[in-house]
Design a protein around this ligand. Structure first.
Ligand code: PGA
Length: 247
């Protein structure tokens, strides 16, 4: 099975109120005029999913998290079904800011992935080591452990992506070397193939963590890098477009 087309996803995090709409319009306009040979997604705060989805044609819209259940007494939460109804097609799950900041374990992430699949959303499942873990030589153990624990068997035969995001590279301007990125991406690919057989060759493995216009080309052309999950640099259309055009 061949690897899927590259996916460049923007993660707006808790940003993007009024100013974000103009940036989105600029992004959408540019991609409609000159289509990109990659899939482009924007994951805004949940409140903006509906508004962006109404005008999105060249860009797919995603959520940044979803609850495992479809509905119920879960104050403050948004289900995959609600995101899908608002126009989302994808959802980021297990981002390190949720693992660390909201206590999400592999088991919680796995349940959310099942919820996303039930809602018909394409999950982007994040894994990544902390600086301490990398310095202790535990990177592959941590990443492969998260991969095993966060991916439900229900992913077999579905469309999904994995994002390798070293925690220490997120929002810091620091990035691993290309060799380091390729080593982790190859290990993730091997993990997917041993888990899902030949179908494990299809999911794109995105790199995330301080991707910017100046480093996008080399990262996006590295072995087994199937796209990028972009935080800060996705907030400005010009920067995000430069990354997309580098793919
Ligand atoms: P960054 O964030 O590009 O701002 O480092 C990436 C992410 O958290 O997905």
């Amino acid at each position: 099975m061949k690897q899927s087309v590259k996916l460049i996803a923007g993660n707006w995090k808790m940003n993007g109120e009024a100013g974000g709409l103009a940036e989105f319009a600029a992004l959408e306009g540019d991609l409609e005029t000159t289509p990109a040979p990659v899939r482009v997604a924007v994951c805004p705060p949940a409140t903006l999913v509906d508004r962006l989805a109404r005008t999105a044609r060249a860009v797919e819209i995603g959520g940044q998290d979803c609850h495992a259940e479809a509905s119920g007494a879960f104050t403050g939460s948004v289900s995959g079904e609600l995101l899908a109804e608002a126009g989302a097609r994808l959802v980021i799950l297990g981002h390190s800011e949720r693992r660390a900041g909201c206590g999400e374990t592999d088991a919680i992430v796995r349940a959310k992935v099942e919820g996303a699949l039930r809602a018909g959303l394409e999950p982007i499942i994040c894994v990544g080591e902390t600086l301490e873990q990398r310095q202790a030589g535990q990177t592959l153990d941590v990443v492969l452990g998260q991969l095993t624990g966060s991916l439900p068997d229900a992913l077999a035969g579905t469309v999904f992506a994995v994002a390798y995001e070293p925690v220490w590279a997120i929002g810091t301007g620091l990035t691993p070397t290309l060799d380091e990125i390729e080593a982790v991406h190859r290990a993730i690919r091997d993990g997917l193939v041993s888990r899902f057989g030949d179908a494990g060759r299809a999911p794109p493995i995105l790199y995330g963590g301080s991707v910017k216009p100046s480093n996008a080309a080399e990262i996006l052309h590295a072995d087994e890098v199937g796209g990028a999950l972009v935080g800060g640099a996705s907030l400005k259309a010009a920067d995000f477009l430069a990354i997309i055009r580098a793919a």
